[in-house]
Design a protein around this ligand. Structure first.
Ligand SMILES: Nc1ncnc2c1ncn2[C@@H]1O[C@H](COP(=O)(O)OP(=O)(O)O)[C@@H](O)[C@H]1O
Ligand SMILES: [Mg+2]
Length: 150
């Protein structure tokens, strides 16, 4: 587990942007944190790191949006989805097979997203600060986090 302090939204975005350089096609990142924690800010940083030109907005009401960068990015928010069956119906893993899948509230049904996943936990700190924990599973455990986060 790696924990990084992010005092401002820009720090959160920049951390995500740097982390994006570790992403390979087929990767899954699950974003955990309360409403307003910064999950969408983080997803925006990932998009920027993947070369997406478009502005990333919250997919809360549409459930998922796709973007074109160096690889496709699927950005989903499963907050409003009632059951794991419904999440399965979205076919997010198939949809994002050739790209990156970033799921806000994905931690709630973590197992559903397979063995290889990066759990990103956003924890509130003093004032606006956030502590961001990166918890790698499967192949993520061998990625060179130190190189991109230094
Ligand atoms: N250190 C920080 N990191 C991320 N967001 C922050 C931080 N400090 C303040 N914020 C603000 O918190 C809000 C996070 O919103 P958002 O990313 O939409 O949250 P979520 O998707 O988790 O509900 C934004 O308005 C952002 O500017
Ligand atoms: Mg959000």
């Amino acid at each position: 587990m790696i924990e990084i302090g992010c005092p401002t939204p820009d720090d959160t975005r920049s951390l995500a942007r740097r982390l994006a350089s570790l992403i390979r096609p087929g990767d899954v990142l699950l974003l955990k944190g309360h409403l307003g924690a910064g999950k969408t800010v983080f997803a925006g940083g990932i998009a920027e790191g993947l070369g997406v030109q478009e502005q990333v907005t919250s997919p809360t009401f549409v459930l998922a949006r796709s973007y074109e960068g160096f690889m496709p990015l699927i950005h989903a928010d499963v907050y409003r989805i009632g059951s794991s069956a419904e999440i399965e119906d979205l076919d997010l893993l198939d949809e994002a097979a050739q790209g990156a899948l970033v799921v806000e509230w994905g931690d709630v049904v973590e197992q559903q997203f397979g063995e290889d996943r990066l759990l990103v936990e956003i924890i509130p700190g003093d004032d606006d600060a956030r502590h961001i924990r990166l918890i790698p599973h499967g192949s993520w455990a061998d990625r060179p986090f130190g190189e991109v986060l230094a």
